[in-house]
Design a protein around this ligand. Structure first.
Ligand code: NI
Length: 135
């Protein structure tokens, strides 16, 4: 019997989609206004999903407090109100697309949560687009 628990978090970050190896016009073709030089922001919504068996003593899979403490400390404090390109080392050579942000988040959290939880990360960049990453 496997059950999944999800927690939702929000953070606001600035970014710019830009490939350093291309000139401005090639970046404009590929990324449109997302490549404008002065950055822009998104209100990201993050869903962290963990799956597992219900512990007979606790009545849960993993405590919500534990999930929230870890995600707030390791992800939200790390990314919220930051410029991803400039301030976050993981993006110094990685374009901060919603795909890459989700992968970075998963990599950080997967080092902390035990493998048995089959961590899944869903990241919304807008209300209309999101990605799902399970490693
Ligand atoms: Ni954007």
């Amino acid at each position: 019997m496997t059950i999944s628990i999800s927690e939702i978090f929000n953070f606001n970050s600035a970014h710019r989609l830009y490939n350093k190896n291309w000139d401005i016009s090639k970046n404009l073709i590929e990324f449109g206004k997302c490549s404008f030089p002065n950055y822009h922001g998104h209100n990201y919504k993050l869903e962290v999903k963990l799956s597992g068996k219900v512990d007979i003593n606790l009545g849960n899979t993993i405590s919500r407090n534990k999930i929230c403490d870890i995600v707030n400390k390791e992800i939200i404090q790390h990314l919220d109100h930051k410029n991803l390109n400039i301030e976050i080392p993981q993006f110094s050579n990685l374009i901060p697309t919603v795909e890459n942000i989700a992968i970075v988040i998963w990599d950080i959290l997967n080092k902390i949560f035990e493998n048995k939880y089959n961590l899944e990360v869903k990241l919304y960049e807008t209300e209309r687009n999101f990605v799902v990453y399970k490693g």
